[in-house]
Ligand binder design. Structure first.
Ligand code: ZN
Length: 263
C-alpha cells in the first residue's frame, strides 16, 4: 500500500472582561514559569486533524478511524449554529476519544473583521465565543487552528498566550519542494506548528517518501489536516485516498495521535 499512495500520486461584555483577566493571568503565568518542556516523542507520529463544521460527515468516519486505531483532533467552528443532529455528532466524536480544538466561532478573515469591527469584537465573538461553545460539551480546547491560516500579529500574540498551541498551515511552496519541516517552534510551554492541508487537488504532489524518511529518522511528527471526505478538488479528500493515508501511516509504523497526546 505504500506504493499505492506514492503512485496514486455571543458573549456579553462582562464575561469578556472576565476572560480578559484570565488571559492576562495566563500571560503572567507564562512569563513566571519557565522550563515546562513536554516529553519527547519516541514513536513516529501523525497528528491528523479536521477543520470547520462537518461534524455529521466526520461521524461517518469513526469506524474507519477505529479500524486504524487513529485518534485525531477536530478543530471546530460555528457551534452556535449547530442543529440537534450536529450537536449529537459532536458528542459522538468526543465520546470516541477524539480531541476538540478551537477554530474560531465565526470563522472569518481576521484582518478583514478587525478592520471593520475592531480587535475586541474579534476576541469576544470569534475566539472566546468559540471556546465557550466548546466548553458546553465538557471540553476545554487546548489548541487553536488559525482560520484560513491567516495571521494578525496582535491576535497571534494573544492566541499564543490563551492556548497551549497554535496550528498554522504550511505554505504550498514548502511541500512542493519537499521541505516539510516537522520541527516545532516552541517557547516555554507554548508551540506554533505548521500542518499540511491535504485535499484531492494536491494529494498527488505530496512527497510521501520524503515525509516517511523525515518522520522516521527524526522520530518526530507529521501534521496533516483535512476538511471532509468527498470527491471535489478543494477541501475534500476522497474516501479512497483517506483510506490510503491511514494505510500509509500504518504500513510505515506511524501512530495517529491527537495534538494533546504529543504537545
Ligand atoms: Zn477552517
Amino acid at each position: 500500500m505504500v506504493s499505492s499512495i506514492e503512485s496514486s500520486n455571543n458573549i456579553k461584555s462582562n464575561s469578556f472582561s472576565h476572560s480578559a483577566g484570565r488571559w492576562a493571568w495566563s500571560f503572567l503565568m507564562i512569563v513566571t514559569i519557565t522550563g515546562c518542556e513536554n516529553g519527547e516523542v519516541n514513536t513516529p507520529t501523525i497528528c491528523l486533524s479536521f477543520d470547520d463544521n462537518y461534524v455529521n460527515e466526520w461521524v461517518e468516519l469513526l469506524p474507519l478511524l477505529d479500524e486504524y486505531d487513529a485518534k485525531v483532533t477536530f478543530f471546530v467552528c460555528r457551534l452556535g449554529e449547530y442543529s440537534d443532529r450536529e450537536k449529537d455528532s459532536l458528542r459522538k466524536l468526543i465520546d470516541h476519544g477524539h480531541e476538540i480544538g478551537a477554530h474560531g466561532e465565526m470563522h472569518v478573515s481576521v484582518n478583514q473583521y478587525i478592520k471593520s469591527h475592531g480587535i475586541f469584537s474579534y476576541l469576544r465573538n470569534e475566539i472566546q465565543s468559540n471556546v465557550d461553545q466548546i466548553k458546553q460539551y465538557g471540553v476545554t480546547p487546548r489548541f487553536f487552528a488559525l482560520p484560513y491560516g491567516e495571521h494578525n500579529k496582535m491576535v497571534n500574540l494573544l492566541l499564543w498566550f490563551k492556548f497551549e498551541g497554535i496550528r498554522d498551515v504550511i505554505p504550498t511552496s514548502s511541500y512542493e519542494n519537499a521541505l516539510i519541516d516537522s520541527s516545532i517552534n516552541k517557547w516555554i510551554s507554548r508551540f506554533w506548528v505548521g500542518s499540511l492541508e491535504l485535499d484531492n487537488g494536491n494529494f498527488n504532489t505530496i512527497p510521501w517518501k520524503n515525509i516517511v524518511k523525515n518522520v522516521t529518522d527524526n522520530e518526530t511528527r507529521f501534521l496533516v489536516h483535512l476538511h471532509k471526505v468527498g470527491d471535489g478538488d478543494a477541501y475534500e479528500l476522497s474516501e479512497e485516498r483517506f483510506r490510503l493515508l491511514l494505510q500509509w501511516g500504518k504500513d510505515n509504523g506511524f501512530k495517529f495521535s491527537r495534538f494533546g497526546d504529543v504537545f
